[in-house]
Design a protein around this ligand. Structure first.
Ligand SMILES: Cc1ncc(COP(=O)(O)O)c(C=O)c1O
Length: 396
């Protein structure tokens, strides 16, 4: 029994996820992959934009001498500067390469930031429904996740957030556009969170960091624009990646950007860079840094995702599902028509639809649909959703 007790415990707690995954795999083996509507994964179906292919070909044809070598742990100065320029354009806050460290995706960035911030027993507030990996990342660095529920529209409840903050609170994680709900927090909420944190910092006499996880920042619908956390709270960090906006999740390229106005800027940036090294990432992938440097203003077709949102949201609502209308990312989080979300997800499995139970995101009673799939799969799933709606007496 050499495996760590903690890791074993995490695996036991996540075992139902594995079971669901295995049941889905068995179903695919039985009926054939093409018969199954797999809406369980957040893996972009779209290809990277044409500009990425052009840049990749150009780099292969004209390699830059030394382009595969180690570099400074923070990443290439020009790439950091390019990310800073784009963030400055979006936020209206002045940034330079000094504020950015290139990382292995947003996950790498989150681990770098949490490692740099946390001492054993420090608390990190996570809003439910949450991206489940946040809990593991906080635990990785000795922290304790404190879960605070969002309201019925999946928006943060400012009073509950304020109540949850105490002497041990070191950070709050936000994620908008949100996985699993697709909800986008309006400016009034981000401003309100900034005000709560500033007040609590004064009361408690220590810094509380707002970590804004933004890999879906550019996948916004209905003409919405990103809300910059930097404009609403001083001690803030943006962690993001090009996994979704350039459809490059397998390439592991992202960044952490620290608000230039933050109290402990130089100290913390040095900590992030150190943690990028000691966590074993060393540096973000070199080739990707060369490529994304010139692609900061390029994004996959958001209109494609918006069209799929319109189709699915319209159909599910008409069938009687209770679902908050998503305004970003590529997820939807309807209420399950029976209390036990795992049972309902199993019911959908019999109709050859794979989705994820809400309890995996800290929200039992719901289920997550990932609609970053081709239209054929999405349209084929509607019949199953309709049958389930009839079976559970939903009315439109
Ligand atoms: C909310 C959220 N944060 C972070 C990540 C991690 O993304 P990356 O591939 O950049 O590590 C994901 C990936 O699905 C996500 O959904």
């Amino acid at each position: 029994m050499s495996m760590s007790v903690n890791v074993r415990q995490q695996m036991v707690e996540g075992s139902w996820i594995r079971r669901m995954f295995e049941e889905g795999a068995a179903l695919k083996a039985l009926h054939g992959v093409e018969k199954i509507c797999d809406l369980s994964l957040g893996n972009p179906i779209v290809e990277p934009p044409a500009e990425f292919e052009v840049a990749l070909r150009r780099l292969a044809e004209k390699p830059i001498p030394g382009m595969h070598r180690y570099m400074a742990n923070a990443g290439y100065e020009e790439t950091r500067a390019a990310v800073a320029r784009e963030l400055e354009r979006e936020t209206g806050v002045s940034l330079t390469a000094r504020d950015v460290v290139m990382t292995c995706g947003a996950s790498g960035a989150m681990n770098v930031v949490l490692k740099a911030l946390l001492d054993p027993g420090d608390e990190v507030i996570v809003l439910a429904p949450y991206f489940v990996e946040f809990l593991g990342y906080v635990d990785n660095h000795g922290g304790k996740a404190r879960v605070v529920r969002c309201d019925r529209d999946f928006l943060p409840d400012l009073a509950m957030l304020a109540d949850a903050i105490g002497p041990q609170t070191k950070a709050v994680i936000l994620n908008s556009p949100n996985n699993p709900t697709g909800v986008v927090y309006p400016e009034s909420i981000i401003r309100g969170i900034g005000e709560v944190l500033a007040r609590k910092e004064d009361e408690l006499g220590h810094q509380i960091y707002l970590i804004s996880d933004e890999p879906y920042r550019r996948i916004l619908f209905d003409g919405l624009m990103p809300v910059p956390v930097f404009r609403h709270y001083r001690n803030s960090v943006v962690v993001s990646s090009h996994s979704k906006d350039l459809a490059l999740p397998g390439e592991r390229i992202g960044y952490a950007a620290l608000n230039p106005e933050s109290d402990e800027h130089d100290d913390l940036m040095a900590g992030f860079i150190h943690c990028n090294r000691v966590l074993g990432f060393v540096n973000a992938p070199a080739m990707m840094q060369h490529l994304v440097k010139n692609l900061q203003n390029v994004t996959v077709s958001v209109a494609e995702y918006e069209r799929k949102r319109d189709l699915l949201y319209g159909e599910l609502s008409a069938m009687g599902y209770d679902v908050v209308r998503p305004q970003g990312a590529f997820y939807m989080f309807p209420k399950a028509p029976l209390e036990d979300d795992v049972e309902f997800v199993r019911e959908l499995l019999t109709l050859l639809i794979l989705v994820v139970p809400g309890r995996g995101f800290g929200a039992p009673g719901f289920f997550r649909i990932s609609y970053c799939v081709n239209d054929r799969t999405l349209e084929a799933s509607l019949e199953g959703f309709r049958k389930a709606a009839v079976a559970y007496g939903l009315t439109s």
